[in-house]
Design a protein around this ligand. Sequence first.
Ligand SMILES: *[C@@H]1O[C@H](CO)[C@@H](O)[C@H](O)[C@H]1NC(C)=O
Ligand SMILES: *[C@@H]1O[C@H](CO)[C@@H](O)[C@H](O)[C@H]1NC(C)=O
Ligand SMILES: *[C@@H]1O[C@H](CO)[C@@H](O)[C@H](O)[C@H]1NC(C)=O
Length: 296
Amino acid sequence: MRRWISAALAALLPAAVRAVQLTDSLQDADLAQSGYLPCHNIDPARLGNYTRAWLNTYSSNEYFHAKPLVYTPPGATDELVILVSNQNNIRVLDGATGTLKYSRTVQPPFMAFDSNCGDIQYSIGITGTPYIDAATNIMYFFSKGYRPGSGPGDPNNPGVGAINGTYKLYAVTLPTLADISGFPVTIDGHAADNDPTRYFVGGVVLQRPSVAVVGNTIVGGFGGHCDNFNYTGMLVSVSKTAGVGVTGVQAMVASPGAPSPIPTDYINGNGGKAGIWQAGAGLAYDGGNKLYFTTG
Ligand SMILES: *[C@@H]1O[C@H](CO)[C@@H](O)[C@H](O)[C@H]1NC(C)=O
Ligand SMILES: *[C@@H]1O[C@H](CO)[C@@H](O)[C@H](O)[C@H]1NC(C)=O
Ligand SMILES: *[C@@H]1O[C@H](CO)[C@@H](O)[C@H](O)[C@H]1NC(C)=O
């Protein structure tokens, strides 16, 4: 009876207005990628007060190329630390204790031998820092795997499995990590808006820069593994609205040295170039209508 009463009272209360915690990190750095976060200052005089609170060890050959994010969902008492890995594992930890609260492997990761490259070792799952939308408790990130019904190629024949590789944009709810309806969205198969002969082949590209958000759109930068294939860097945008999917693909200009005509051997480097990599740093957004990034 008491439970029923408190539930009824809760229903009468107005929805709490949410404020993002000052120390939360919802994406890589700030919108503009200025590298300055006013909420994370540490007084040098207090450095000696800091000691390691916890240490966790994860799977063999598991790497965290993406930056961990910090988020405090509504009603949470502790901040959460969110990790995404090269093995396509996503984990939600209690920030104070390091205790695992939720985890999930979103899909089997793409194997590094299929990239015929070595830029990322062992497996190539999630390598770009995600973005958390605090208004909806949704985290967005790109993950590399294989198209349904297929898997890795032959480890003794590097690169052959690349053709079955694929990239998807995931949207998961925090903190439970359940998929949002209408996601993941597969990026493969879309041609560039500015060059219909160029189309997205997830197996040969790497999503390295941190994810950017422009209004209702998630934006990811891609470059080719070891300049393989005739890729060019690609800027991909996907709507946050379920069911809309990919809204834009922009191919970067091929480098002056690219061969012409461009061969279609997808295992070796054949020009194109102009990958968007940025050593993992995010695409800078001015908050209006301009997005800034650099290409290789
Ligand atoms: C830092 O440590 C000093 C003693 O070494 C202590 O006096 C001070 O209160 C501590 N500061 C904080 C913020 O814990
Ligand atoms: C790609 O996947 C298909 C199954 O969908 C498989 O038959 C084929 O051998 C795979 N190709 C390579 C090169 O691994
Ligand atoms: C690779 O280049 C050839 C020749 O320019 C083009 O026909 C083909 O569509 C390109 N492939 C991709 C994936 O962009």
